[in-house]
Ligand binder design. Structure first.
Ligand SMILES: [Zn+2]
Ligand SMILES: [Zn+2]
Length: 476
């Protein structure tokens, strides 16, 4: 839903508005429990930001309290779900903690070495489900978290997650990004009742997964800017309180870099807290917007490329990190462009509808029908919609350029990611050149969500910039 806020035309500051900075200082001492309680009526957007996750336990030996937490939640029999890898990381400790507390449970390990969160995995999870279970308890991170959140929502059970690695920011969120008919699709679900981050487990997680969690939050450098631009150009809902929480999560994550590079347990605890805050910020907003802009659309498009090529999946945050470098490079080009507004509005779309649909089939394969049908219903690429957006962008151009200038440079993002060993060149994850270029050109087609990529397309610069940025990424 798009809500035009009353103060939409207010001048906003590039990075943090004065208002946002003030909120940040007010929130700086809040505990995770206070963030979880949130605020029942936000003074800035009038919405409720109150996820009320009952228990968030992030500390050493947090698993020792698992049985007590389940008892406090009134859980009689949890359905515990892991995959082969997360079972290895935390399965035994979880089973021991349940048995020690006298908790009856069903334990299910998803089939496959590296399950993909798709129709088959949802089926696998449901086929192992026992209807006597009144709670779904995931042991894992990205894939397990998304699958368990979705299935628990669909079966009307509450849900909890025992984090096996601090590898992504979705623990406290309400959404479940899954792959349906080859298209990465975000399903609305519910927040967990329980999050357990046992630092004995988290600090032993593979370094590449810890780096992925860090990179997932680094992506907020761009997603927050995209959100602010969308407020100006398409009048999207925006809340400075939610943005401030996300900004704090980002600052705390960046501050962990040295400790994470050293493999410090305290740094992985702080990262897990920041990841939980980022998830709470999504839950406050009711959708993933505060956490997900162009850099995430790129990550989704690239993930779909990996699936199409039959390749092993790369952790989500790794792709988000690369996407953030691309976003920084695109932002620099947009803000330096001399835009001929009248010409941009007059210029016909570069591709006819038929040629664009052919491109979708070439780029997205089996996911193309859903992408084409999304465009047919929302018409985001229609000349009329583009003209409306261009008018708004022209009106707010100085503010938009300031916002884009607040993004660090591509080189700075590279340094930030390198500090924790997260990949910075598509070669490091064997992402083909064509997939990189196609993503920079077409990732926006996977969602109806305005980002700087749509702006770059609207002003006519995207095709040329996609080629240049692809070249630069491979030369990092
Ligand atoms: Zn609000
Ligand atoms: Zn993410």
């Amino acid at each position: 839903m798009i809500i035009r806020t009353a103060d939409q035309s207010d001048q906003i500051d590039p990075h943090n508005s004065a208002e946002e900075s003030r909120i940040i200082s007010e929130l700086a001492d809040w505990t995770l429990d206070e963030y979880s309680a949130g605020t029942a009526r936000c003074p800035y957007c009038n919405r409720s930001h109150s996820p009320a996750i009952r228990y968030i336990d992030i500390c050493a030996d947090a698993l020792n309290g698992l049985a007590r937490r389940l008892d406090e939640l009134g859980v009689r029999k949890p359905y515990v779900v892991a995959d082969i890898n997360t079972d290895r990381a935390a399965g035994e400790q979880t089973r021991e903690a349940l048995a020690a507390g006298g908790v009856q449970f069903i334990y299910h390990i998803l089939s496959g070495d590296e399950p993909v969160p798709d129709e088959a995995a949802v089926g696998d999870l449901l086929m192992g489900f026992d209807s006597s279970c009144d709670f779904i308890l995931g042991v894992g991170s990205g894939v397990i978290n998304d699958l368990c959140r979705f299935v628990s929502f669909q079966t009307g059970r509450r849900f909890g997650i025992i984090a096996s690695a601090p590898s992504m920011d979705g623990f406290a969120s309400t959404v479940a990004p899954l792959i349906r008919r080859s298209l990465k699709t975000t399903f609305i679900a519910h927040p967990p009742a329980l999050i357990i981050g046992d630092t004995n487990i988290l600090s032993r997680a593979p370094r590449r997964l810890i780096a992925a969690g860090y990179a997932d939050v680094v992506g907020k450098l761009n997603s927050l800017i995209d959100w602010k631009i969308a407020r100006l150009t398409v009048g999207e809902y925006y809340c400075p309180w939610v943005a401030a929480v996300m900004r704090l999560a980002l600052e705390r994550t960046l501050a962990c870099a040295d400790g994470l590079a050293r493999g410090d347990a305290e740094a992985s605890r702080r990262l897990m807290e920041a990841l939980t805050m980022a998830g709470l910020a999504m839950t406050y907003a009711g959708y993933s917007r505060p956490a997900s802009g162009f850099e995430h659309h790129l990550a989704h498009a690239w993930e779909m490329s990996f699936l199409r090529l039959g390749r092993k999946l790369i952790p989500h945050g790794v792709k988000v990190g690369l996407g953030t470098i691309a976003a920084a490079k695109l932002a620099k080009r947009i803000r330096s462009a001399s835009v001929d507004w009248d010409e941009s509005a007059r210029a016909p779309a570069r591709l006819s509808v038929e040629a664009w649909e052919d491109e979708m089939r070439r780029v997205f394969g089996a996911a193309a029908p859903d992408i084409i049908s999304l465009e047919r219903s929302v018409q985001k690429n229609s000349p009329e919609k583009r003209a409306t957006r261009l008018n708004a962008a022209r009106e707010h151009w100085d503010e938009i350029r300031l916002l884009l200038a607040a993004l660090p440079s591509g080189e700075q993002v590279v340094q930030t990611l390198r500090a924790v060993g997260s990949p910075v060149n598509p070669r490091e994850i064997e992402l083909p050149r064509e997939a990189v270029r196609d993503g920079i050109l077409y990732a926006k087609e996977v969602r109806d969500r305005y980002t700087q990529q749509q702006l770059a397309w609207d002003i006519g610069g995207l095709p040329g910039w996609a080629e240049e940025i692809t070249e630069e990424l491979f030369n990092i």
